[in-house]
Ligand binder design. Structure first.
Ligand SMILES: Cc1ncc(COP(=O)(O)O)c(C=O)c1O
Length: 359
């Protein structure tokens, strides 16, 4: 049996009940799940591809891979051959399985951020490897590691890793033959800072050797329910992933492939979604500050990383008493024990309600 951590969200249930008891209902800012509509162009593409009786390609249609390469070029200044792109069934799936797919195993350490999305740790465990949470790679000394995760903008902190930092990670990993996997699922949500991809020439020096960028349509296009993402980068790594995924049946459904291609080609809906999040963030942030919270990092992404100096669970309770549910920082690592993570993913009406309650 693999030793997996307890599913942390179960610990939040009593506070969910408390928040639900509020006379005007709960404002749920705990899970970062999209609440706005799936863009009509994407729904139409899904419906038009509904008659898909045959097996889809694990590799994805050429149309889908070209759309992903086009989006990377247009929006992020990254040039990737469409041959080096592979659809994934949402990015969580790849995060959980990448160590296994790369053949990482017992006796090896997978490096992940100190404050992190919990699935990097889980993915290392599924492979039988050891998760190792460290922001600085110097702590590893001369040890060789097979895989290093970075996540910018970060969940939970909203911190952006500058190009210079990413360049150092890439150089360190290349010296030791480690793969760098960069989870870029919030890359379109830069506010005070603009995130940069690991595959940008200013970071990787024009070579994608040893690098994988992981992208998701969940937040950009409200497609969390479709399970739509892709991985791009080092040709030989992508081929290896494709080979295993073909054998394992890790195939994105054909209608989702069609819908995702249309979503990647269309920037207008993504801009509209950005504007919704920008407004919610602009009102929630000062409301939390006026109520005694300090916001740290949070210059990009979908979360406000906040603290009032007390234990995170006391903060969760204080807000739940006002009918507002947030996530305790210790879900993301011990270093988060005095913070809360506030997602900006509620409707405008619910965000307004939260702002009133914080007054
Ligand atoms: C850092 C990070 N990576 C990956 C995911 C998974 O996203 P999805 O599987 O919807 O693409 C999330 C979801 O919130 C996340 O925060």
């Amino acid at each position: 049996m693999i030793a997996l951590p307890d599913f942390p969200w179960d610990r939040l249930l009593p506070y969910q009940d408390l928040a639900r008891a509020h006379s005007d209902g709960i404002v749920d800012l705990s899970v970062g799940t999209p609440v706005d509509p799936v863009p009509p162009v994407v729904r139409t593409a899904l419906a038009e591809a509904a008659d898909s009786p045959g097996y889809p390609l694990t590799y994805g249609t050429p149309r889908l891979r070209e759309a992903a390469a086009g989006w990377l070029r247009r929006r992020h200044g990254v040039t990737v051959d469409p041959a080096d792109i592979l659809p994934i069934i949402g990015s969580k799936e790849l995060v959980a399985w990448l160590p296994t797919l790369l053949g990482v195993g017992p006796g090896e350490r997978v490096v992940l951020p100190e404050l992190a999305y919990p699935t990097y740790d889980v993915g290392a465990r599924i492979a039988g490897a050891e998760p190792y949470a460290a922001d600085g790679l110097l702590a590893l000394g001369p040890e060789r590691v097979p895989l290093v995760w970075v996540n910018s903008p970060s969940n939970p902190t909203g911190k952006v890793l500058p190009a210079e930092h990413l360049r150092k990670v890439v150089a360190w990993a290349r010296e030791r033959g480690a793969v760098v996997a960069s989870d870029e699922c919030y890359i379109e949500l830069g506010w005070e800072e603009q995130p940069i991809s690991i595959l940008h020439p200013d970071v990787c020096g024009g070579s994608q050797e040893g690098l994988l960028a992981v992208h998701s349509l969940s937040k950009r296009s409200n497609l969390a329910g479709y399970r739509a993402g892709f991985v791009a980068g080092d040709s030989s790594l992508v081929k290896r992933l494709l080979e295993v995924r073909k054998h394992a049946g890790m195939i994105m459904p054909a209608p989702v492939q069609a819908a995702m291609a249309v979503a990647l080609d269309d920037d207008r809906h993504a801009q509209e979604q950005r504007e919704r999040y920008a407004w919610r963030r602009a009102v929630l942030r000062p409301a939390l500050e006026r109520a005694g919270w300090r916001i740290e990092h949070s210059t990009a992404g979908l979360y406000l990383w906040a603290t009032n100096g007390t234990n995170c669970w006391d903060q969760v309770r204080a807000l739940a008493e006002k009918g507002i549910l947030v996530a305790p920082g210790d879900f993301y690592g011990d270093a988060g024990r005095s913070h809360i993570r506030v997602a900006i993913t509620a409707t405008d009406e619910r965000v307004d309600a939260a702002v009133m309650r914080l007054q």
